[in-house]
Design a protein around this ligand. Structure first.
Ligand SMILES: Cc1cc2nc3c(=O)[nH]c(=O)nc-3n(C[C@H](O)[C@H](O)[C@H](O)COP(=O)(O)O)c2cc1C
Length: 187
C-alpha cells in the first residue's frame, strides 16, 4: 500500500542526545544526500561546514542560544551557509538560495533519520559568532545549524523540552493550510 516515506514519518526534532561520535562514512552519506537536492538552474547554493574537531566544536557551541543547551552534547554540527547571490534572484522577491538550502538540509535530516541519528536544524544561535569561529565571510548567511547525534539521555533538557520529547507532533489541520482549485480565505 502507498504510504508516506518512513523517514518523513519517523523524523522528529528530538533533543536528547548522547556524546557518541558519528563515523566519517555516516557524515559522508549525510553530505552526499544533501547535494543530491534540486536547485534553481542547478546553482547548488549550499555550503556546509562540518564541525567535529573537539576544540572547534566547543568554540562553535558558544554560539548556541540558552534554549539550545541540549545541543552541547552533539559530536558533530553541520553549519549551512549560503548567499542570495549564489542562486536565482527572480522577480517578486523570489530569491531561491534559502529555498534550495532548505531542500538540501531536509535531505541531511532524512538521511540522518535513516542512519538512526537525531538530525535537528535550529535557528537559535548567534550567527556573527558562528562566522567568527569558522572563518565564514561576514557577508554570507548562516541559515541553520544541523545538530547531529545519536539518541541519548535527557539530562541536558529543560522540563518543557523533556515533555516535548514524548509528545505527539502538533500540526495545523489540513483544512487550514490546503486549498482546492483556488485561493480561499482572503488575504
Ligand atoms: C528553521 C527551524 C528552526 C528551528 N529552531 C529550533 C531551535 O532553535 N531550537 C530547537 O530546539 N528546535 C528548533 N527547531 C525545531 C522545531 O521546533 C520543530 O521542528 C517543531 O517544533 C516541530 O516539531 P517536529 O519537528 O518534531 O515535528 C527548528 C526547526 C526549524 C525548521
Amino acid at each position: 500500500m502507498a504510504e508516506i516515506v518512513p523517514e518523513i514519518q519517523a523524523r522528529r526534532a528530538r533533543r536528547a542526545m548522547s556524546f557518541r561520535p558519528i563515523a566519517e562514512d555516516v557524515i559522508e552519506r549525510l553530505v552526499g544526500a544533501a547535494v543530491l537536492a534540486p536547485s534553481c538552474s542547478n546553482n547548488q547554493p549550499w555550503r556546509f561546514v562540518v564541525v567535529a574537531d573537539p576544540a572547534r566544536l566547543e568554540a562553535l557551541k558558544e554560539a548556541l542560544s540558552r534554549g539550545n543547551a541540549w545541543a552541547r552534547r552533539s559530536p558533530c554540527i553541520v553549519v549551512a551557509v549560503t548567499d542570495r547571490t549564489f542562486d536565482c534572484m527572480l522577480s517578486d522577491r523570489r530569491d531561491y538560495a534559502l529555498f534550495d538550502v532548505g531542500l538540501a538540509v531536509q535531505n541531511i535530516v532524512l538521511q540522518g533519520t535513516r542512519e538512526g541519528l537525531i538530525a535537528h536544524a535550529i535557528a537559535g544561535f548567534t550567527p556573527e559568532l558562528v562566522k567568527q569561529v569558522l572563518g565564514i565571510p561576514a557577508e554570507h548567511l548562516v541559515i541553520t545549524l544541523v545538530i547531529l547525534g545519536y539518541p541519548g539521555d535527557e539530562a541536558a533538557l529543560s522540563e518543557k523540552q523533556r515533555i516535548t520529547e514524548h509528545e505527539e507532533r502538533t500540526r495545523k489541520p489540513l483544512s487550514e493550510v490546503r486549498m482546492r482549485d483556488r485561493w480561499e480565505g482572503g488575504a
